[in-house]
Write a protein that binds this ligand. Structure first.
Ligand SMILES: CC(=O)SCCNC(=O)CCNC(=O)[C@H](O)C(C)(C)COP(=O)(O)OP(=O)(O)OC[C@H]1O[C@@H](n2cnc3c(N)ncnc32)[C@H](O)[C@@H]1OP(=O)(O)O
Ligand SMILES: CC(C)C(=O)C(=O)O
Ligand SMILES: [Mg+2]
Length: 540
């Protein structure tokens, strides 16, 4: 069942310069253009095509597929996307508009049109900088020259047969407002249907950016015949806030990228902007909404992460690995009683299907409710007094270890919590290893009856030879199912933690786990193995 946050409402008819529903906001995704401008994020044609298909599944209104003049590859990618994705009309008549950016010159625009014209709804997009610093130092053009170029290039785009034309004033946030009203007024007259107002360098504060949009709306001649678009960069971490503020003041096209990738600190993030509108649009944003099917967000995010090679920080809003996890006890208790206590969005709304239990991570700040819940999920029904015993053991381990796994919990419950006497206990251990000769281990174990047993063995390494020596003594068939070694602390003297899982034979046999810790990895490994063996022997 769709929750309130994932309801997809009707998409209004597509008319380039007019949106019949005043609260509908178009989403232009520029992952394949501005996103690819992130250092190191270049994608292949095939990856771009696949991403574009996924963007169409999301229901993106406009896909900016690339910069056709940048290279033959870019041209090909835009053309392929225009031909395929730009002609895939779904049962509701939806097909994404396909666009590609071009500088304000005839060659760029004509090349872009060659790539785009194959789409059912092609849009030519051109831009020129309007801020004093860009005009003087980068373009080396006067205001009049920039104005003339913009007007002529929009007319040129129109002369190619394109009726959907987007014009952008690069660095608008640092441009003279009077000049913006003038240039936007002129390009509307020349045939522009959408106007981009970029904060190219990410310098604007939300109130400034909102006012800029409001002022352009109030002062640009003919603005009622065009759609205003935001394009915000994240240099001060304000891209999403600025974009939402732009929408509040009248922008009806928001330009975003998946995972917020893009030039320098990136662009406004697709998932943040779309989910902010989805979550709060009706409550406090006057009903603003999009046509995005939010359930495809996570899949798209993972695809872009893989293709761009730009890895997400775990705490990235909405799509980071921790975005729907809870580690502290008070939050976990709340979540177990009612998800709404700490979750403003259901993970399912972005396509993450999870049970409440899966969102709970055990660590040093967790409490008894979460511990008991996880133990019950693992099949342990403990009395209150037993939970109490395990709890403080659990806290002690968690102090040293960042995350407590199910293996750790099993070991705690079956071993430490009940303080049972170990059947086999390590006396001494001696290993030799290196590049000369075999690894050998001599192990001294004490049995529960106090008797001492010594054995030695060779092996492929010190841990293997020690495990084999233990097997000689214990004489129980034990198959190593899993062995993991990690460092709890940093540096050369780090404390190592070892977790092992063993079973008596094939997959039909139950698995027993044990953990060990210490600065010597071989001793820690032997402790873990013995602890698992003791758990197994107690069971049989
Ligand atoms: C804010 C943004 O994101 S803008 C988009 C940025 N994206 C990219 O630049 C990616 C693709 N770019 C490229 O592949 C290359 O820059 C190309 C193929 C477009 C151009 O390469 P080159 O011809 O070698 O030019 P180069 O990149 O060195 O310099 C840019 C030129 O374009 C001019 N220029 C910059 N913006 C514009 C514009 N909007 N309209 C017209 N000319 C422009 C610059 O003034 C400079 O001209 P100059 O060489 O006469 O001084
Ligand atoms: C090309 C333009 C719209 C741009 O990316 C910017 O100004 O940031
Ligand atoms: Mg940009």
């Amino acid at each position: 069942m769709a929750s309130k946050n994932s309801i997809i409402r009707n998409r209004p008819e597509y008319i380039p310069n007019h949106i019949p529903n005043p609260t509908y906001v178009r989403i232009l995704d520029t992952t394949l253009r501005d996103g690819e401008q992130s250092p190191g994020a270049a994608m292949t044609c095939v990856q771009k095509l696949e991403t574009a298909r996924q963007l169409a599944k999301l229901g993106v209104d406009i896909i900016e597929a690339g910069f056709p003049c940048a290279s033959k590859q870019d041209f090909m990618a835009v053309k392929m996307i225009a031909e395929e994705v730009g002609n895939c009309v779904d049962g509701n008549g939806y097909v994404p508009v396909i666009t590609g950016v071009s500088r304000c010159n005839e060659k760029d625009i004509a090349t872009a049109w060659e790539a785009l014209k194959h789409a059912k709804r092609p849009r030519l997009r051109t831009f020129i900088a309007t801020s004093p610093i860009h005009m003087e130092y980068k373009l080396r053009k006067s205001k009049d020259q920039v104005l003339e170029t913009a007007r002529n290039m929009v007319k040129f785009a129109r002369s190619l047969g394109c009726t959907d034309i987007q014009f952008g004033a690069e660095d608008a946030a640092r441009s003279d407002k009077e000049f913006l009203y003038q240039i936007f007024g002129e390009v509307i007259k020349a045939g522009a249907t959408t106007l981009t107002i970029p904060d190219t360098v990410g310098i604007a504060m939300p109130f400034e950016y909102g006012k800029l949009i409001a002022d352009i709306k109030a002062n640009t001649p003919g603005i009622e015949n065009a759609i205003m678009a935001t394009h915000c960069h994240n240099d001060l971490g304000l891209a999403t806030a600025n974009t939402i503020e732009g929408a509040r003041y009248g922008a009806r096209q928001l330009e975003v990228t998946i995972n917020g990738i893009g030039e320098r600190a990136g662009n406004a993030s697709f998932e943040e902007v779309v989910m902010a509108l989805t979550c709060r649009g009706i409550d406090i944003l006057g009903g603003l909404h999009t046509g995005i099917n939010t359930r495809h967000i996570l899949k798209t995010s993972k695809m872009v992460e893989k293709y761009s090679g730009l890895h997400l920080q775990p705490h990235k809003a909405l799509v980071g690995a921790n975005a729907f996890l809870h580690e502290s006890g008070i939050h976990q208790d709340g979540m177990l009683k009612h998800r709404g206590t700490y979750e403003i969005i259901s993970p399912e709304d972005i396509g993450l299907v999870r049970s409440v239990g899966d969102t709970i991570v055990l660590g040093k700040l967790s409490g008894r409710q979460a511990l008991r819940n996880r133990l019950e999920e693992l099949g342990y029904k403990l009395k209150d007094t037993e939970v109490e015993g395990v709890f403080w053991q659990f806290k002690a381990v968690a102090e040293k270890k960042k995350r407590i796994t199910d293996t750790d919990l099993r070991a705690l419950v079956s071993n430490e919590a009940f303080n049972e006497q170990p059947i086999w206990k390590l006396g001494d251990l001696q290993v030799t290893c290196g590049t000369v000769g075999f690894s050998t281990a001599t192990v001294k174990l004490f049995s529960i009856d106090g008797s001492m047993h010594v054995a030695c063995s060779i092996g492929t390494g010190p841990v293997d030879s020690a495990y084999k020596a233990i097997n000689h003594i214990v004489k129980e068939p034990a198959k190593l199912v899993k062995y993991t070694l990690g460092a709890i602390t940093e540096g050369i003297d780090a404390t190592a933690t070892t977790s092992v899982e063993i079973s008596r034979g094939d997959t039909n046999h139950p698995v027993f786990s044990g953990t060990g810790g210490g600065t010597d990895v071989v001793v820690s490994s032997v402790d873990a193995y013995l602890s698992a063996l003791n758990n197994m022997l107690r069971f049989y």
